[in-house]
Write a protein that binds this ligand. Structure first.
Ligand code: NAG
Length: 137
């Protein structure tokens, strides 16, 4: 009876590991308008999703411009600022529309709408958060 339980526990921890390894851990900050022009689509304002959930890719994921139009799931994990993540650590889907240059080596820089969707608006200024991120498409 002990063995099946151990096998089950092993299976569960394996699945958790696989699940965890699917997303990478990185950092995100936010940026303000003006958002045009972008490195991906220039001055075309139709590039932004209707909900304004978009981001600029840091060099680690820029991929020579291939990052343009990719969608990422971003989840707030923690920050140097206490309680910076919104309740329940929600995730947000963002479209890459730009390249983030000279912004302190962050993984990506989120639009104010995207940053606001996963951070705690009652906290003072949050400069940077730790995130997990997963390319969806
Ligand atoms: C959001 O920030 C406020 C002010 O610091 C804090 O009282 C609250 O608990 C925070 N919410 C979460 C989910 O951490």
């Amino acid at each position: 009876m002990g063995i099946p339980i151990k096998a089950f526990a092993l299976l569960v921890s394996l699945l958790l590991c696989l699940h965890r390894s699917a997303a990478d851990v990185g950092t995100a900050s936010s940026y303000r308008p003006p958002y045009l022009p972008t490195a991906c689509y220039g001055g075309d304002s139709s590039q932004f999703p209707a909900d304004n959930l978009f981001a600029a890719a840091g060099d680690g994921i820029w991929d020579n411009g291939a990052a343009c139009g990719r969608w990422y799931r971003i989840r707030c994990l923690s920050s140097a600022v206490a309680r910076a993540c919104a309740a329940g650590q929600p995730a947000v889907l963002v479209k890459i529309v730009d390249r983030a240059v000279n912004l302190g080596g962050v993984t990506m820089v989120l639009s104010l709408a995207a940053f606001g969707a996963i951070t705690n608006s009652s906290t003072g200024e949050i400069l940077q958060i730790n995130v997990d991120f997963l390319q969806i498409s």
